[in-house]
Design a binder for this molecule. Structure first.
Ligand code: HEM
Ligand SMILES: *[C@@H]1O[C@H](CO)[C@@H](O)[C@H](O)[C@H]1NC(C)=O
Ligand SMILES: *[C@@H]1O[C@H](CO)[C@@H](O)[C@H](O)[C@H]1NC(C)=O
Length: 316
């Protein structure tokens, strides 16, 4: 706890002062809601805590939803928008791949609106909820800058920008590079797969391809899962509700579930990073939190570039 507390203070100082190479995003501040909605952060944390006490697997849903939000059109809450008669939204793309946790965001939003209407954006609520889900699951605690605005666009066709699980390491490095991430940050972020599950449809290709990067016992396990159908779920690592570095250990044992996971160990470009994170959980936590803070600032909208939605599912 003490160490976590210290780390928080250090992270906070670094952000305020500005790290060389770290994107200081205009308009975003740690204390953005300090005056305008002082309990926003606490409301989100309490809402996430009570939702995860009922269903610990929702932590994965929240972290993944934040990732999808930020990789499509920037962190602007676009992933939360429902489709309408005239527009098919991101969430109805096949790439939504079972996103989960919308109710948690709605619940927090409702409570926050009751206290400070029109102040706290849905994109900020999602960013805070993802962070709180990481902490709740045993991962690193870190402060995030706030002040994002919500976007007014959510289109199914934009979801092609998400990396598919068929990507190899160079393709992953490439697509994350387009968003300004280094290979190291990409591997750290992939460590989010320490939480959650994948459905058979996301890895069954590996079985028909007889993917050699896969250990034979994991191949058997994946086949068994797929015998229950395309939507049958397989934990992405052996401890799927604990945020730890077991994911990287699994990759070392050729027991990654997605081709794109195992590719990080198969490729000499990224294998060293997998080994480091498998050996040193503190290093993984440290790199992960920085990469998450960076991901949370991708193309954020401020000022007139966006709005604060009153209902996260609808443009105002
Ligand atoms: C490196 C490229 C990535 C690829 C190719 C990828 C792909 C996938 C796929 C295919 C699934 C399974 C979906 C399903 O079958 O329902 C999944 C799950 C998940 N992904 Fe990723 N992902 C990537 C990076 C990330 C990042 C950067 C994060 C967050 C920081 C993340 C967080 C998650 C989480 C938490 C789950 C589990 C979701 C759940 O249990 O509901 N992923 N990912
Ligand atoms: C995801 O997309 C499918 C269509 O591909 C849709 O049937 C499903 O309801 C969507 N899931 C969510 C959570 O919106
Ligand atoms: C990754 O896939 C691309 C496209 O299929 C291919 O050109 C490249 O050689 C592959 N890289 C590795 C390291 O396998």
């Amino acid at each position: 706890m003490m160490i976590n507390g210290l780390l928080l203070v250090v992270v906070e100082m670094v952000i305020v002062v500005g790290l060389p190479g770290f994107p200081s995003v205009e308009g975003l501040r740690m204390d953005y809601y300090y005056m305008s909605c002082p309990f926003a952060e606490m409301i989100v944390r309490n809402t996430v805590d009570s939702a995860l006490r009922r269903d610990p697997t929702l932590a994965a849903g929240l972290v993944r939803m934040h990732f999808h939000d930020c990789f499509i059109e920037g962190c602007d809450g676009s992933v939360l928008i429902d489709s309408t008669k005239r527009n098919t939204a991101e969430k109805d793309s096949p790439a939504n791949l079972s996103l989960r946790g919308y109710e948690v965001i709605d619940n927090a939003k409702e409570q926050i609106e009751a206290q400070c209407p029109g102040v706290v954006s849905c994109s900020d609520i999602l960013a805070m909820a993802a962070r709180d889900a990481v902490v709740w699951s045993g991962g690193p605690a870190y402060d995030i800058p706030k002040g994002r605005k919500d976007g007014r666009r959510s289109r199914i066709e934009d979801t092609i920008n998400l990396p598919p699980p068929s990507f190899n390491a160079s393709q992953l490095i490439d697509i994350f590079g387009k968003h300004g991430f280094t290979a190291q940050e990409m591997v750290a972020l992939s460590g989010a797969h320490t939480l959650g599950v994948a459905r058979c449809s996301s890895f069954k290709q590996r079985l028909s391809n007889q993917d050699r990067s896969m250990d034979s016992s994991i191949a058997k396990m994946l086949s068994r899962t797929c015998s229950r159908g395309d939507n049958a779920e397989q934990p992405l690592d052996p401890t799927s509700t604990d945020f730890d570095n077991a994911y990287f250990g699994a990759l070392q044992g050729k027991a990654g579930v997605l081709f794109s996971d195992q590719a990080l160990f198969s490729s000499p470009q990224t294998r060293g990073l997998v080994n480091s994170y498998a050996m040193n959980q503190a290093m993984f936590f440290f790199d992960f939190q920085w990469a998450m803070i960076k991901m949370g600032t991708l193309d954020v909208k401020e000022g007139s570039g966006g709005e604060v939605r009153s209902n996260c599912r609808r443009i105002n």
